[in-house]
Design a protein around this ligand. Sequence first.
Ligand code: AMP
Length: 278
Amino acid sequence: MRVAHTIADYAKLRELAEGRIAFVPTMGALHDGHRSLIRLARSRGDLVVVSIFVNPLQFGPDEDYAVYPRPLDVDLERCAAEGVDIVFVPTVTELYPAGRQVTVSAGALGRAWEGASRPAHFDGVLTVVLKLLNIVGPDVAVFGQKDIQQLVCIQRMVVDLNLPVEILAAPIVRDADGLALSSRNVYLSPAERSLALSLSTALEKAATQTSVPAARAAAYETLERAEDDPAFALDYAALVHPTTFAMLPDDYTGPAVFALAARVGRTRLIDNASMTFR
Ligand code: AMP
């Protein structure tokens, strides 16, 4: 496994390599969710490239950019254990040198739901993803369904900007109790962690329903109970169309996404589930 810290070093390593490149962009603090993305990449590429970069552009001023976990040595060991070929670990100044001005706009999709709570978040995500795709030059890039609105924004960017890359979606990886794996779970106390299970429980209950109103009611019942605890504050619970993220009418049939965000203690968590109403 080779580690490139600069764009020039990466370009040299890539020149030596042959075959299809499968790329997994991450912010590090790698867990089994990231591992499943790397394995999917391995199955689809000759050369697997992982990037580790905590992107300042996608964090709001009051968010956790400064304290976001950065266990680089452990991350590199994990990448090596998964047979990753190249890890790209740029510095902030390498990706954002002084004088840069141009960014990507995620449009209306980037301002809904998660984007309403985190203004400029998806613009920051798309800007770094476009830069990384241009630098790494992959044939396929893998993203997790855990960040479903991010995935849809990226798919939209690939279509709207005619990017020559195939986007693969990897299923959400959960702990045995249902909690979606996240690098932010390390912030949770044991009590907060059990409160956080309300998210996956609400989604599980919604997914067994056969109509939009029943799914909403099932999820809200669990979420309202969680809100009895002052440590739990629901941000949004959105039953939406899987590509537009528009709210669904009560008589909707077809594929849907139930997306949730909540603050548990000081930690903001998101989760979602895909479902179909017939
Ligand atoms: P992050 O390092 O949090 O930016 O995540 C990097 C990639 O891993 C993104 O495409 C995420 O959607 C994906 N990811 C994070 N957590 C999970 C999970 N529990 N299951 C599946 N994919 C995940």
